[in-house]
Design a protein around this ligand. Structure first.
Ligand SMILES: Cc1cc2nc3c(=O)[nH]c(=O)nc-3n(C[C@H](O)[C@H](O)[C@H](O)COP(=O)(O)OP(=O)(O)OC[C@H]3O[C@@H](n4cnc5c(N)ncnc54)[C@H](O)[C@@H]3O)c2cc1C
Length: 350
């Protein structure tokens, strides 16, 4: 049975406007009732259940211009979706147009200039895999399936930032399509105001179709996660508060109230990473030297996920740290884990 305009519900795109868009569109257009629509409207946060009038999976910059034109002409609410990881669900809407960039997957790495040009729909794990093949990386999110563009446009805190700054500090240039359909190539010299706005201004300045980053040599890193039961949250947070000022630039430490990925119960976790000489990390220097004593005097019920070394290639370093550094045959557990655990040095594991 054919789906009619009325079946598609409120916020419907007028049939003739849709036909005009479809005529020149290279990507995929999905409306309520179409096969694949329910999958296409889904975002990372499963609590967000919205029904856009149209999901436009753009294949190229011309598609972006066409989809934007339709949204402007029809006065539709517009959501730009990169990696779809916005917790409040900014990558979708009810009754409007979702401009989906998930096909913008191109990554070009220049190992000599140490730069990477990245499509607006690339995820961090996809970028890391490409840059790590050249022993390089740039500051990115703690979770590997977040969108590179969305994270960067919000500033971008993450692994490596102590040493290399935020994601925006490493953004060299961007290609942007503004609401009037114009394509802009912006950097510090060309349209510096727009470039400035992109560097932390989140969305709504335009659709960012590609971004260029500065890369840094990043070799083997250490990373891991220490999980405590939630009733110890106050103690863990106090510890975290005191730990942070002691960290060297090479180290990152995050504290999160999470659902334990294995047990499915609420926990508090410390996510730890060290991007320096592995021996220094293993030798309990820096944060561990100052904190090991305090860790060891704790008698908290704690499960330590072994801290692992991750080689640069072919395993992406951030993929390891971001997933909690689960033990894997490709990674060797180091002595570092004992420094992060709560048991006194030399005592048997709980
Ligand atoms: C589990 C989790 C972990 C996170 N970890 C971190 C972290 O370590 N560091 C950090 O800084 N943030 C982190 N965030 C926040 C995250 O960076 C933001 O939610 C970001 O917006 C996600 O980007 P996305 O492309 O995946 O999102 P989407 O849902 O696709 O987009 C969200 C919004 O970003 C804008 N946007 C995305 N792509 C484009 C584009 N190509 N052009 C123009 N606008 C665009 C749009 O306004 C869009 O509505 C995390 C979020 C989650 C859910």
């Amino acid at each position: 049975m054919e789906t009619t305009e009325a079946d598609r519900g409120p916020g419907t795109v007028r049939e003739e406007a849709f036909a005009a868009l479809r005529a020149g569109f290279s990507g995929e257009l999905l409306r309520p009732g179409d096969d694949g629509y329910d999958r296409a409207r889904r975002v990372w946060n499963g609590n967000v259940d919205r029904r856009p009038a149209l999901v436009a999976r753009c294949a190229d910059v011309a598609d972006v211009q066409r989809a934007l034109g339709l949204a402007v002409d029809q006065g539709l609410v517009l959501s730009v979706r990169g990696g779809g990881h916005s917790a409040p669900g900014y990558g979708t809407n009810d009754g409007g147009l979702v401009l989906d960039l998930s096909s913008f997957k191109e990554v070009t790495v220049d190992p000599v200039a140490r730069t990477a040009r990245v499509g607006g729909g690339v995820l961090w794990r996809e970028l890391d895999a490409r840059t790590q093949a050249a022993g390089l990386a740039t500051t990115g999110g703690t979770v590997s399936n977040t969108g590179v563009a969305g994270l960067t446009l919000g500033g971008g805190v993450g692994w490596l930032m102590g040493k290399h700054g935020l994601a925006v500090d490493n953004l060299l240039s961007a290609e942007v399509v503004t609401a009037d359909g114009a394509v802009h190539h912006v950097d510090r010299e060309r349209e510096p105001d727009l470039f400035w706005a992109l560097r932390g201004g989140c969305g709504n300045f335009g659709v960012v179709t590609s971004l260029e980053y500065r890369l840094h040599p990043v070799g083997e890193v250490l990373g891991g996660m220490v999980v405590h039961s939630l009733d110890r949250a106050a103690e863990v947070l106090r510890f975290y508060r005191d730990l942070c000022p002691t960290l060297p630039d090479e180290a990152e430490a995050y504290c999160g109230l999470l659902t334990d990925p294995q047990a499915g119960v609420p926990v508090i976790a410390l996510l730890l990473g060290y991007n320096g000489a592995v021996e220094e990390g293993e030798a309990s220097s820096g944060p561990r030297a100052s904190s090991a004593a305090r860790w060891s005097t704790w008698s908290l019920p704690c499960r330590t996920w072994p801290v692992s070394r991750c080689s640069t290639s072919p395993t992406p370093s951030r993929a390891c740290t971001a997933t909690g550094a689960r033990p894997s045959p490709r990674r060797s557990t180091t002595t570092w884990s004992t420094s992060w655990s709560t048991r006194p040095p030399g005592s048997p594991p709980r």
